[in-house]
Design a protein around this ligand. Sequence first.
Ligand code: ZN
Length: 84
Amino acid sequence: MSQSTKGKLNYRCPSCFIRDIDIDLFYDADQEEFYCLRCSFHGDENRVLQLNEQAKFRYGLINKRILSFNEDNDALEVEIYKGK
Ligand SMILES: [Zn+2]
């Protein structure tokens, strides 16, 4: 078994992140894939990027400010947040 190393870039584990745990993946050069020390996740770079992109659905309004919640079943009233 190869020594655990980080990859060229640090990727977070998508499986742990979905459970609100932020942990970096390690890279196995022999298998050419990333893996997590905490859970059983492993996958190549494309898989990691794809799953991390999917996890963003939880933060769809992260750069928006909610102006009004409106009535039930009406859309939220939002504006793009530009900072202070
Ligand atoms: Zn994990």
